[in-house]
Design a protein around this ligand. Structure first.
Ligand code: RP5
Length: 182
C-alpha cells in the first residue's frame, strides 16, 4: 500500500484551477514549466486520498491572482498550501505573508544556478513569516509534510503515515536481503 504510482492519472486536470470541490491542500506553482517537479506532491496526496487543487499562480506575472488566492485560501477550506517556484522564487513567501495557513515551499531547479537560487529565495524568509522548505525538486516531501500537518487533527492519517513509513522500511530491508544473497 505504500507504493506511490507517479504515473497514475492525476485527480485534477493540471492548470484547471480549483479542481476538487472541497480541497484541503492547495498545490500551486509559478509556471506550467514547474509541473513535472510538482506532480509527485499530487501523487502523494492521491495516495493518502486527500482532496487537493492544483493550479498556476505566479508571484510576478499574476500578482493579483496571488493576492486573491492567498487571501481566500483559508476561507475556502484549504488547510495547507504547497508552493513551488524557481529562480527568484517569491511565491511561497508571499503566500505565507497573506495567509495564516502552513506553507510548504518547493525550490524548483530550473535556472542556470542549479536551483540554489530558488532554495535560498524560499529558505531565507525574514523573521515572522515562516515557510517550511523542502529539498530542491523534492515535492514528494512537500506532499508528505502536508499529510503530516493534516494528520495532527486526523488520527486515520497518522495510521496511514505509519504504514507508509513501514513500507519504506520493508523496501529497504528487501534490498538488504538481496545484497546479502549475493
Ligand atoms: C518561476 O520562473 C517559475 O516558478 C519557474 O520555475 C521559472 C521559469 O518560468 P517559465 O519561464 O518557465 O514560465 O516564476
Amino acid at each position: 500500500p505504500q507504493e506511490v504510482d507517479l504515473y497514475a492519472p492525476i485527480s485534477p486536470t493540471p492548470g484547471s484551477g480549483f479542481s476538487d470541490p472541497n480541497p484541503l491542500v492547495g498545490i500551486i506553482m509559478g509556471s506550467d514549466s514547474d509541473l513535472p517537479v510538482m506532480l509527485p506532491a499530487a501523487r502523494i496526496l492521491d495516495h493518502f486520498k486527500i482532496p487537493y487543487e492544483l493550479t498556476i499562480v505566479s508571484a510576478h506575472r499574476t500578482p493579483d491572482r496571488l493576492v486573491e488566492y492567498a487571501r481566500s485560501a483559508s476561507s475556502r477550506g484549504l488547510r495547507t498550501i504547497i508552493a513551488g517556484a524557481g529562480g527568484a522564487a517569491h511565491l511561497p513567501g508571499m503566500v505565507a505573508s497573506m495567509s495564516a495557513l502552513p506553507v510548504i515551499g518547493v525550490p524548483v531547479k530550473g535556472s542556470s544556478l542549479d536551483g540554489v537560487d530558488s532554495l535560498h529565495s524560499i529558505l531565507q524568509m525574514p523573521r515572522g513569516i515562516p515557510v517550511a522548505t523542502v529539498a530542491i525538486n523534492n515535492s514528494t516531501n512537500a506532499g508528505l509534510l502536508a499529510v503530516r500537518i493534516l494528520a495532527a487533527g486526523m488520527p486515520a492519517l497518522i495510521t496511514a503515515m505509519d504504514e507508509y513509513l513501514k513500507g519504506l522500511e520493508t523496501e529497504v530491508m528487501g534490498k538488504v536481503s538481496k545484497l546479502e544473497e549475493v
